[in-house]
Design a protein around this ligand. Structure first.
Ligand SMILES: *Cc1c(COP(=O)(O)O)cnc(C)c1O
Length: 430
């Protein structure tokens, strides 16, 4: 095997990491293996994982059941096209997703990544209104502080300030943005909390195809948790305005917020739902867009009468097989109890942050813990200090957040929190 120095030299020269410069590079840490809730670095150090590799690895790494599901599928076939062919792994996954999601969602479109599933959702909404004879409804209403992915349609509905709009302004569809929900999770939603949203929706209803939002948890756009009451009222307002509701459950799906899907906190069903991230337990890239029978039937009975999308790797059997194994594993465990324990561990472990200089707020929902700071951190410095304390977290902007695998042990969770407190205490003193 090549040495660490050589690997890093080639990485530095040629690899373009997420959201990075090729000139002013952030450090990267070479990983040799990952097991359970530990990342093993090539220099022999072990880190406790607090990120689940961006919401995905809910069962931890290198899980024997998921490994076996992949091996078994590999013996049968790695891939076949989904145009005109079908197979057990995809059909099994579609069946599971229809059973798990709210009853109106009956049609499943499999695709490659979260961003693509958002593009697919947007295209469904546009084709739906075209089929109904209202092609003028082609815009979307999104929430500020939202995040929906990095492709063009998805970017167009991300927060306009943090979401790169200024860079691509000429090329992006122009969407509408309501204020980020100000009523926190657990609080009621008063009329004034939703007035900005309601006014925009009503004023523009004849040009709006859909509202798109992340239910309850706004993820990468700010790690904010908002009132279930707000989401219920959004559903009612969309119905009254004849506008579809797209729920982006890519980050929240599969238990992360304490409910299997975050929509369940509000007891609502969207017309279209996007899933990704934890869908395969962090093994392979796969996403899904689910549509109600009404949306699917309307698109299918209009002109051209077909839904116009078809990824090359649609329904990839390896990805579907590991997704099926991951969902079965999750349902076989007391995932809700695990998430409740993590919530309690995060609340207790992060509470000392509240007393630290420079900390604006500490909030926890399900297996998500967030420390919001008063000023942005220098990521590479904070990350190095965290790594020195044996934990893997990736702060951004004014946020340091934890979303560990559901299988993390109490002791490891306590170490993650303790490292967070210690590092922020040091940082406050800088
Ligand atoms: C990560 C994310 C996406 C984009 O998914 P990718 O797989 O990175 O393309 C979209 N929406 C939400 C809510 C996400 O968290």
């Amino acid at each position: 095997m090549r040495g660490v120095a050589e690997l890093l030299a080639i990485d530095r020269a040629h690899a373009w990491h997420p959201y990075t410069s090729t000139l002013n590079q952030d450090p990267v840490y070479p990983v040799r293996a990952a097991r359970g809730c530990r990342l093993e670095l090539m220099d022999g150090r072990e880190l406790i994982d607090g990120m689940s590799s961006w919401w995905c690895a809910i069962h931890g790494y290198n899980h024997p059941v998921l490994n076996q599901a992949l091996r078994d599928q590999l013996e049968a076939m790695a891939h076949v096209m989904f145009g005109g062919l079908t197979h057990e792994p995809a059909v099994g996954l579609i069946e599971r997703l229809v059973a798990l999601t709210p009853a109106p969602l009956q049609h499943v479109f499999l695709c490659d990544s979260g961003s693509v599933s958002v593009e697919v959702a947007i295209k469904m909404a546009l084709q739906y209104h075209q089929a109904r004879g209202e092609p003028g409804r082609h815009r979307l209403l999104a929430l500020r502080s939202g995040y929906h992915g990095d492709t063009f349609g998805a970017m167009s509905v991300c927060d306009p300030v943090t979401g790169m709009h200024h860079l691509f302004a000429q090329a992006l569809p122009r969407q509408l943005f309501a204020p980020a929900p100000a009523c926190p999770f657990g609080a009621p939603c008063r009329d004034e909390d939703i007035a900005g949203f309601a006014d925009l929706l009503w004023e523009h209803r004849r040009e709006l195809a859909a509202v798109i939002l992340e239910p309850i948890v706004q993820g990468a756009g700010g790690m904010r948790f908002y009132s279930a009451d707000y989401l219920r009222r959004v559903r009612e307002l969309c119905d009254a305005a004849g506008v579809l509701l797209i729920a982006d459950e890519i980050a929240t799906g599969f238990g992360r917020s304490g409910r299997f899907f975050a929509c369940e906190h509000a007891g609502i069903s969207p017309d279209i739902m996007t899933l990704g991230k934890a869908l395969t337990g962090g093994y392979l890239t796969l996403a899904a867009t689910l549509a109600s029978r009404e949306v699917a039937a309307t698109i299918s009975s209009g002109t051209p009468g077909v839904f116009m999308h078809g990824p090359t790797f649609m329904g990839n059997p390896l990805a579907c097989a590991v997704a099926n194994a991951s969902i079965d594993l999750l349902l076989a465990r007391d995932w809700a109890g695990e998430v409740r324990d993590i919530q309690a561990g995060l609340e207790a472990g992060l509470a000392p942050c509240r007393g630290l200089t420079g900390v604006a707020e500490v909030r926890v929902l399900g297996a998500i813990g967030v420390v919001e700071l008063e000023r942005p951190v220098v990521m590479r410095d904070l990350q190095r200090r965290l790594v020195e304390r044996g934990v893997w977290l990736r702060p951004f902007g004014r946020l340091l957040y934890l979303m560990p695998p559901f299988v993390i042990e109490a002791r490891d969770l306590a170490r993650l929190c303790a490292a967070t407190v210690a590092v922020l205490d040091e940082w406050a003193g800088d």
